[in-house]
Ligand binder design. Structure first.
Ligand SMILES: [Zn+2]
Length: 392
C-alpha cells in the first residue's frame, strides 16, 4: 500500500503540472489569437493597394517575434513535462518489484505442452463466469481450445450483480424471490428491498417509496430493525428541495455506493446458496498469488543458504499464506500441530481417542509400541484406536 501511495504522489505531481501547463498555454494562446485578430482587423481597414504604414509594419514584426518567443517557451515547458512523466515511470520501478522470476522458478511450467491447455481452459472459464460470454466464445474459437462449459448460472449471477452496481435491483430481487427459504437468514433480501425503496424515492417520489416500504419491510423488522429505521429516515432527505443530509445518511443516499455494496453481497450470498466458489479458479489463483508474492519475495531475499534454498524446490510454499475471506478458502485444510505440516493423502489427520487430532506421521513418531500418550492431554491410548478424519 505504501508503494501505491508513493507512486500516487509522483503521479499527482505530474498531473498537477500537466493541468497547470495546459491552463497556462490555453490562456497565452488565447491572448495571442486575440492580438492577431485585432491587428488583422485593423490592417483590413487600411486602404487597399497601399503600402502598410511603418507603424503597422513594426507592430506586425513585433507580434511575429512574440509568437516565436511563445512557441519556444511552450516547447521548453513541454520538454519539462516529459521529465516529470518519466519520473512516474522511475517511481513505479523504485516502488514495485519488477521481476518475480526468482520466487517462481517453475513459472515456465504454466506454458509447457501439458499445462498450456489447462491455463487456456481456466481463462475461458473465467471469462464465462464473469458474464463475458461473447469474449469467451471468441477466445475459445481463436485460441482453438476445446469447448468450455459456459457456466450460465454464474454468468446470470454476474448480470444481476452488474445491474446492482448500476443501481438496478430488479434482476437480483427476482432471483432472491425464488429462494426466500434458503436466504431466510441472509441480509441480502433486506439490502435489495432497501435499495429498491430508495430508488423509488428518487425516481417516483417518497410516497411510492413509503408504499413499497410498507409492503416489503415488515418481514425484516425484527432482524434489521436499526437499518430499517435508518432507511425510512433517509427517505426524508429524498423529497425535492430537502436540505443536505447529515453525513451518516450520505451512504444510504448514494445510489452508487449502495449498488456496489449490494453487488458484493449478492455474489457472496448467491454463491453460498448455490455452493459455488465466489471466484473463478483463475481469479482465485491471482488473488492468492498477489497476496503471497511480496512475502515470498522478502523471504527469498533472506534465504540465501543452499540448504534453505533447497526447500524452495518442493511443491510446498515455505511459509503459511492467510488467504482471508475473499482469497478463496475453498476447502478445509489440516495442519498437524506437532509436525507443522499440512495433511495430505499419505499423511492424513488422525483423531485420537481423547478427541485431539494430529497427523499420522506424528502419531507414528509418538507411538511407543502399542502405547501412545496424547501430546495435549496425557491420556494413554493405543495408536490403533485413532481414526482417520476426512474433510469434504
Ligand atoms: Zn488428547
Amino acid at each position: 500500500m505504501d508503494s501505491c501511495l508513493g507512486v500516487e504522489q509522483d503521479l499527482d505531481k505530474a498531473t498537477n503540472k500537466f493541468t497547470a501547463i495546459h491552463d497556462h498555454t490555453n490562456k497565452v494562446l488565447q491572448d495571442l489569437i486575440t492580438q492577431v485578430e485585432k491587428l488583422k482587423q485593423e490592417i483590413s481597414q487600411q486602404p487597399e493597394n497601399e503600402q502598410l504604414s511603418q507603424e503597422y509594419t513594426l507592430l506586425v514584426s513585433e507580434l511575429a517575434a512574440t509568437l516565436k518567443q511563445t512557441v519556444f517557451q511552450m516547447s521548453t515547458e513541454h520538454r519539462e513535462l516529459h521529465a516529470t512523466v518519466s519520473r512516474v515511470g522511475k517511481s513505479i520501478d523504485r516502488h514495485f518489484i519488477a521481476d518475480y522470476g526468482a520466487v517462481a522458478p517453475k513459472a515456465e511450467l504454466f506454458c509447457n505442452e501439458a499445462n498450456r491447455p489447462i491455463m487456456e481452459q481456466a481463462m475461458a472459464q473465467h471469462l464465462y463466469r464473469q458474464g463475458l460470454e461473447d469474449v469467451g466464445d471468441v477466445f475459445v474459437a481463436e485460441a482453438n481450445i476445446p469447448p468450455v462449459e459456459r457456466t450460465c448460472t454464474f454468468a446470470q449471477l454476474q448480470r444481476c450483480a452488474a445491474a446492482l452496481a448500476d443501481g438496478d435491483p430488479s434482476l437480483a430481487l427476482n432471483w432472491v424471490e425464488k429462494r426466500t427459504q434458503e436466504l431466510a437468514h441472509s441480509p441480502l433480501p433486506f439490502t435489495l428491498h432497501r435499495m429498491q425503496a430508495l430508488k423509488l424515492a428518487r425516481e417516483q417520489g417518497v410516497v411510492a417509496a413509503i408504499q413499497y416500504a410498507r409492503k416489503e419491510f415488515p418481514a425484516y423488522a425484527s432482524r434489521h430493525e436499526r437499518q430499517l429505521q435508518a432507511a425510512v429516515c433517509a427517505l426524508a432527505w429524498c423529497t425535492p428541495g430537502a436540505p443536505a443530509a447529515p453525513s451518516h445518511y450520505a451512504h444510504l443516499l448514494d445510489p452508487k455506493a449502495l449498488g456496489v455494496e449490494a453487488a458484493e453481497l449478492f455474489i457472496r450470498e448467491s454463491c453460498a446458496v448455490l455452493r459455488l466458489a465466489a471466484l473463478s479458479p483463475l481469479a482465485g489463483a491471482v488473488v492468492a498469488g498477489a497476496r503471497v508474492l511480496p512475502a515470498l519475495h522478502d523471504i527469498r531475499a533472506k534465504m540465501s543458504h543452499p540448504h534453505v534454498i533447497a526447500a524452495w524446490a518442493d511443491d510446498e510454499l515455505p511459509l503459511e499464506v492467510e488467504l482471508g475471506e475473499d482469497g478463496g478458502g475453498y476447502h478445509s485444510v489440516f495442519a498437524c500441530p506437532i509436525l507443522r505440516q499440512q495433511a495430505s493423502e499419505l499423511n492424513p489427520p488422525m483423531r485420537l481417542l481423547c478427541g485431539h487430532v494430529i497427523s499420522r506421521d506424528a502419531l507414528n513418531k509418538l507411538a511407543i509400541g502399542v502405547k501412545l500418550k496424547c501430546p495435549y492431554c496425557p491420556m494413554e491410548q493405543s495408536p490403533a484406536e485413532a481414526r482417520q478424519i476426512y474433510f469434504s
